[in-house]
Design a protein around this ligand. Structure first.
Ligand SMILES: NC(=O)c1ccc[n+]([C@@H]2O[C@H](COP(=O)([O-])OP(=O)(O)OC[C@H]3O[C@@H](n4cnc5c(N)ncnc54)[C@H](OP(=O)(O)O)[C@@H]3O)[C@@H](O)[C@H]2O)c1
Length: 337
C-alpha cells in the first residue's frame, strides 16, 4: 500500500507493554500524523483504558478480526508468537505491519530497516517490515558511514544490555533485587549486582540467540554477508539504555582518528561524546529518554593494520524499539525519494 502523503489510521498492538507505552509517548512527542488509532493487547488488559494524545482509548483484545477495520499501519510489540500469527492476517488486510519481535527479521521477503542506514528497503515490503534487534540498531548507525568509506572486514561486539530489554519483568527483577529480594522472573540468576553473559536462549553453536541476531542482522542491514562478525552479549544491572564496545577492522586505511570522529559525528542520528580528557564519553544515564545513538572513546586499534574501537550507547526502548519503528512509519508517509 502506498501511504505517501496520507494521514493513516494506526493500530498499536501490545499497547500496554513497555515498548507499546513508549510507542504512545514517542508518537505524541513527534506529533505523528494519524486519523484514527486503535490500541490492542491480550485478553488480560482488554477493557482497560489507556490515554493517548489527550484521549482515553479502551484496549481491544487482539483477535483474527482486529484488522477487518480500516487500519493502514500497525505497530506490533506483543512478542514473537503474536507477530507470527497476527502480522500475516494484518498484511492480508492491506495493513503495513512494523514488527518489533524477532519473528520476521531474517525472512528474505521482509525488509529489516534502520531509517538512517537502509531507508529504501522499507518500500520493498509485502506488508511486513521488521524492526531490528535493539542492540543491532544502535550498532549499525555508526557502522554505516564507516562501511561506506573504508569497507569493513570484521566486527567484534561486546554488549552491556539494560534490563528494560526484557520488558516490564526485567525491570521488576532489578527493582526487587536492589531491595534485596531476588525474584528471578526474567533471568536464570539474580540481576542485581551481577552481569549475566546470557541473553535469550543458547543455540547449538554455543552462542546465544541474541548474539546470533546481532551477527545475522548486521549482515542483512549492511547488505554484506562477507563481513566477519562475532558477538558476546551481556545483561547488566542498568535499567535502561544498552552500552556496547565495538571493534571494527577496515578493508582500507584511514588517515587519522579525527577523520573517523568527523565521519561518525556528522552522520544523522548520532551524538558524538568523545572528550576523554574531560571525562566525556557516552553514558546510559544520558542516553535514556532520548532518540539518538551516542558514540565516543573512538581510538585506533593498534593490533591490526586498519581498525578502531568505540563505545556506543542508546535508549533500547526508544531508538532500539519504539522510535526506530515510528521512524519507519514516518518514512512510509513521507514516501520514497
Ligand atoms: N523491551 C525492549 O527494549 C524491546 C526492544 C526491542 C524489541 N522488543 C520486542 O517487543 C515486544 C514487546 O516487548 P516489551 O518489552 O514491550 O514486553 P512487555 O512489556 O512484556 O509487553 C508485552 C505486550 O504484549 C502484549 N501481549 C502479550 N501477549 C499478547 C497476545 N497474545 N495478544 C495481544 N497482545 C499480547 C501484552 O499485553 P497484556 O498487557 O494484555 O499482557 C503487552 O502489551 C517483544 O517482542 C520484544 O522482543 C522489546
Amino acid at each position: 500500500m502506498n501511504l505517501a502523503g496520507r494521514k493513516p489510521n494506526i493500530a498499536i498492538v501490545g499497547a500496554t507493554g513497555l515498548v507499546g507505552s513508549t510507542f504512545i509517548k514517542v508518537l505524541e512527542e513527534r506529533k505523528f500524523p494519524y486519523e484514527k488509532a486503535y490500541l490492542m493487547a491480550s485478553s488480560k488488559s482488554a477493557g482497560n483504558t489507556v490515554a493517548f494524545d489527550g484521549k482515553d482509548y479502551v484496549i481491544e483484545e487482539l483477535n483474527e478480526h482486529s484488522f477487518d477495520k480500516d487500519i493502514d499501519i500497525a505497530l506490533f510489540s506483543a512478542g514473537g508468537g503474536t507477530s507470527a500469527k497476527f502480522a500475516p492476517i494484518a498484511a492480508e488486510h492491506g495493513v503495513i505491519v512494523v514488527d518489533n519481535s524477532s519473528q520476521w527479521r531474517m525472512d528474505p521477503n521482509v525488509p529489516l530497516v534502520v531509517p538512517e542506514v537502509n531507508p529504501d528497503a522499507a518500500f520493498d515490503n509485502k506488508g511486513i517490515i521488521a524492526n531490528p534487534n535493539c542492540s543491532t540498531i544502535q550498532a549499525v548507525v555508526p557502522l554505516k558511514p564507516l562501511y561506506d568509506k573504508y569497507g569493513i572486514k570484521r566486527i567484534v561486539y561486546s554488549t552491556y544490555q539494560a534490563v528494560a530489554g526484557s520488558g516490564i519483568k526485567g525491570i521488576r527483577d532489578l527493582e526487587e533485587g536492589l531491595k534485596g529480594n531476588d525474584i528471578n522472573i526474567a533471568y536464570p540468576h539474580p540481576i542485581a549486582n551481577n552481569c549475566l553473559p546470557h541473553i535469550d536462549v543458547f543455540e547449538d553453536n554455543g552462542y546465544t540467540k541474541e548474539e546470533m541476531k546481532m551477527i545475522n542482522e548486521t549482515h542483512k542491514i549492511l547488505g554484506d554477508d562477507n563481513i566477519a562478525v562475532t558477538a558476546t552479549t551481556v545483561r547488566v544491572p542498568v535499567f535502561t539504555s544498552h552500552s556496547e564496545s565495538i571493534n571494527v577492522e577496515f578493508e582500507e586505511d584511514f588517515s587519522d582518528i579525527q577523520e573517523i570522529k568527523d565521519l561518525i559525528g556528522s552522520f544523522p542520528g548520532i551524538i558524538l561524546r568523545d572528550d576523554p580528557a574531560n571525562n566525556v564519553y557516552p553514558l546510559a544515564r544520558e542516553a535514556t529518554g532520548t532518540d539518538e545513538v551516542y558514540v565516543g572513546r573512538i581510538r585506533r586499534d593498534f593490533s591490526v593494520g586498519s581498525g578502531i574501537n568505540f563505545w556506543c550507547v542508546a535508549d533500547n526502548v526508544r531508538k532500539g524499539a519504539a522510535t526506530n519503528a515510528i521512524q519507519i512509519a514516518e518514512l512510509l508517509i513521507k514516501g520514497q525519494k
